[in-house]
Design a protein around this ligand. Structure first.
Ligand code: CTP
Length: 397
């Protein structure tokens, strides 16, 4: 869910530093890159070796490290991240940030950064309740610094109460929601993508040339603007984005079911190239050559997923966007398709062989809305996706 994001993780010196290791693992698993920084005290609890091995990057510890300063200065280190996370945030680190002190690498980075900061405090319960810590935390919150935890419970020091660092999974969730800022934050968007495969027998199927590239780029762009994206994909050539909820399907009927389960949504975008027909009787064993007699395949029409959602009445997503892949008379066919299917927008494209669009990296689309048709110049599929995502964000405000 955090692909493309970089977290600057400052590990403070407390027993909860061991949970920092698990947090690194979870962040990496979510697709984030982690730049680890440790205070000297943190290295008393976990080894820089373990931190570096899990992060897959070198650990920064020293403010006056000339090698690192030559490669990447400490100021720059604090700026390349999407979010600075301090876990555990000790009473000492909290006090330094609140008081504006910068006498080591961690505190200097925190002072020099213009990136949002999330603190996961952890300390003895009496320390947490101490008036100076209360004051410092209140000051940091007033300064716009986010905090998560601490939790109440048994503590390593044998006492009970608030002071235990929030669990790594909860910190990961806080990081994810903090990074999900943007004009589409809080919006749930459904995207279908890729081809469908309609089985003939256990080894053969009917498919089409869709690579899933355009749908994938759209899902990525929407997630980049902060949307929660449910990505229902057929067997595509390109991998799904990391930052979306993925539902994999094979057939049109499975896609319909996954779409119905994914609703409600604020927006539904149907970029999939759904097979119009399926083989009426799928053979449960491989069809054999039969002395020269050719097999005859009968077909049934697949459900029209876009039309069903666009015409569903109650629970219909407020904005339904379809695609129209045409090989001739693009505008006329796409305009008719918009009316026939009942969707709000149609993204029309010419997929005739000469264009190289189907399966290629570029697209030239016409956006048809209730106010008319708009030709977009030929551009990269990622650019089409970004432009569409911004149009959607505008339409929702
Ligand atoms: N679509 C769908 N379910 C289907 C067929 C199409 O959801 N069974 C959606 C596609 O995802 C796309 C739009 O409908 O958003 C138009 O798809 P397209 O293949 O261009 O149109 P068809 O409905 O197949 O119409 P035609 O065969 O007449 O071109």
């Amino acid at each position: 869910m955090l692909a493309g994001k970089r977290i600057l993780l400052i590990i403070g010196g407390g027993i909860a530093a061991y949970k920092g290791l698990e947090l690194i693992r979870l962040l990496r698993k979510s697709g984030a890159a982690v730049t680890p920084v440790m205070t000297p005290a943190a290295a008393q609890f976990v080894t820089p070796m373990a931190v570096a091995a899990l992060a897959g990057e070198q650990v920064h510890t020293d403010l006056f490290d000339l090698t690192n300063e030559a490669e990447m200065g400490h100021i720059q280190l604090s700026r390349v991240a999407d979010l600075v996370v301090v876990a555990p945030a000790t009473a000492d680190l909290i006090g330094k940030i609140a008081g504006g002190l910068a006498n080591d690498l961690a505190s200097t980075l925190l002072m020099a950064t213009d990136t949002p900061v999330l603190l996961a405090p952890a300390m003895n319960v009496r320390m947490w309740e101490h008036p100076s810590v209360r004051r410092n935390v209140a000051q940091l919150q007033a300064d716009g610094i986010a905090t998560i935890g601490p939790d109440a419970g048994d503590m390593a020091c044998g006492e009970y109460g608030p002071g235990r660092m929030a669990e790594p999974a909860a910190i990961l969730e806080a990081i994810t929601s903090q990074l999900r800022a943007g004009p589409l934050a809080g919006r749930r968007i459904l995207v279908t993508s890729g081809p469908t495969h309609e089985p003939i027998d256990p080894v053969r199927y009917i498919a089409n040339r869709s690579s899933g590239a355009q749908g994938t780029a759209i899902a990525r762009a929407l997630a980049g603007l902060g949307a929660e994206v449910v990505f229902v994909t057929g067997p595509a050539d390109v991998p799904p984005p990391e930052s979306v909820i993925v539902r994999r399907v094979e057939t049109a009927r499975e896609m319909l079911e996954a779409v119905q389960q994914a609703l409600p949504a604020d927006v539904a975008i149907f970029a999939a190239a759904v097979a119009d027909w399926r083989v009426r009787r799928e053979s449960s064993s491989k069809i054999k050559k039969d002395g020269g007699a050719l097999p005859v395949l009968e077909f049934d029409e697949n459900p029209d997923i876009l039309a069903q959602v666009a015409q569903m009445g109650q629970g219909r997503p407020p904005l339904v966007v379809g695609f129209a892949a045409e090989t001739d008379d693009v505008l006329a066919h796409a305009t008719a398709k918009r009316a026939r299917k009942g969707c709000d927008w149609i993204v029309a494209n010419d997929v005739s062989p000469g264009t190289g669009i189907m399966g290629g990296t570029e697209n030239a689309v016409t956006l048809i809305t209730d106010t008319g048709a708009e030709d977009w110049p030929r551009m990269d599929k990622a650019q089409v996706a970004n432009r569409l995502a911004h149009r959607i964000a505008e339409a929702l405000t």
